[in-house]
Design a protein around this ligand. Structure first.
Ligand SMILES: *Cc1c(COP(=O)(O)O)cnc(C)c1O
Length: 349
């Protein structure tokens, strides 16, 4: 792999341990271009602008996908990735649905390992922090026909990140707007999914909520996801989460938490969750926790749930009573090499 190192590391001016999520991009990026039916040679180079015109097809027709994953540092300054092959596989599923070419394992994974190795000083050490990794692919042909692009750019960038949102959030069960429809692109990390979610989220913010719980597009009766996270609900001592489908993204955090919970002998049911069953459980006092899960935040607890004009206030559990807290602690422990990894998820760089 060709590596062009920067002559001016930004580490002189940026402290990775004190860096808000997604703002400071590390010294290097990996770039690989697709043209004439094949991928070229990946190059690691100093992070910076690329030369594209506003006719870039990704901007007009939305062939743009991404991934989100993290690198962690342990007390000995060893660097680890967490289940990166899951992100690789999902990236290619997104690519297929958007009629984009698949990327090879060599470019995605070997490129990723080389990039993280080179920028290992950017991986923060502070508790709860990590190096966020953003692979992306977008149509890079420049012209106006609404058709599949013949050129693509694949890139990987990284950014040191403090953990973000930590306070319990107020969420609104959305019963008008829809994130994903059956047969659509909801299971992919394609750019348009996020652009389309901002307006309903803005409206929810104006009503005093932090986030939305998306419901099914047909009846708005079943939980789908929360914001850009998967959703889990604890009723009594059982965790429920909707099964992945073509409208629900197959989260690595979701899958990992299910495994960690079952390892702790906590029952997890992958079943549809109806809004009615949530309201019932709330009225009977058995609704204990609702939380979102995803790479960026790991687990985010919810304190209030708005539905129509009602607000359900969830009980304030002590940390030692909360499944969300327990599962987060164990998952982060595995990710950061503080705990044993019985699942074989960590990869040392
Ligand atoms: C990325 C994402 C998730 C979480 O996936 P992780 O692999 O756990 O980070 C969940 N839902 C949506 C819509 C997402 O984009």
């Amino acid at each position: 792999m060709e590596i062009k190192k920067t002559q001016h590391s930004k580490l002189d001016t940026i402290d990775p341990n004190n860096s808000p999520f997604g703002v400071n991009i590390s010294d290097h990026m990996l770039i690989c271009e697709y043209e004439n039916g094949q991928w070229g040679k990946p190059v690691i180079m100093p992070y910076g602008g690329m030369n594209y015109s506003p006719a870039l097809m990704a901007i007009h027709y939305g062939q743009a996908i991404f991934e989100g994953m993290k690198a962690y540092k342990d007390k000995n300054n060893d660097v680890f990735l967490f289940r990166p092959e899951k992100n690789f596989e999902r990236f290619n599923k997104s690519a297929e649905r958007l009629a984009m070419p698949p990327i090879t394992k060599e470019i995605f994974l070997e490129g990723l390992y080389a990039l993280i190795d080179l920028d290992r000083d950017w991986v923060p050490t502070k508790e709860g922090s990590s190096l966020y990794i953003r692979p992306t692919m977008f149509a890079s042909e420049e012209m106006f026909s609404a058709r599949i692009s013949n050129k693509y750019t694949f890139a990987i960038m990284t950014s040191p990140a403090n953990s973000y949102y930590d306070k319990p959030l107020k969420i609104k069960i959305e019963n008008h707007y829809t994130r994903a429809v059956s047969g659509g692109v909801g299971f992919t990390k394609c750019a348009g999914n996020y652009g389309a979610s901002f307006y309903p989220t803005l409206l929810a913010n104006q009503q005093g909520f932090d986030q939305i719980i998306w419901t099914d597009s047909q009846e708005h009766k079943y939980f789908e996801e929360s914001g850009t996270m998967n959703v889990m609900v604890r009723i009594g001592d059982i965790i429920y989460t909707p099964p992945v489908s073509n409208t629900i993204l197959n989260g690595v955090t979701r899958d990992s938490l299910i495994n960690v919970a079952r390892h702790n002998k906590i029952e997890v049911r992958e079943e549809r969750i109806s809004v009615d069953s949530i309201v019932n459980a709330y009225q009977q006092g058995t609704l204990k926790e609702i939380f979102g899960c995803g790479t960026a935040v790991v687990v985010n607890r919810y304190s209030h749930v708005g539905y129509n004009d009602n607000i359900m206030e969830l009980p304030t559990l002590k940390d030692e009573e909360s499944y969300a807290v327990l599962l987060k602690k164990q998952l982060v422990g595995i990710q950061t090499n503080e705990l044993d990894d019985p699942f074989g998820w960590r990869i040392k760089i």
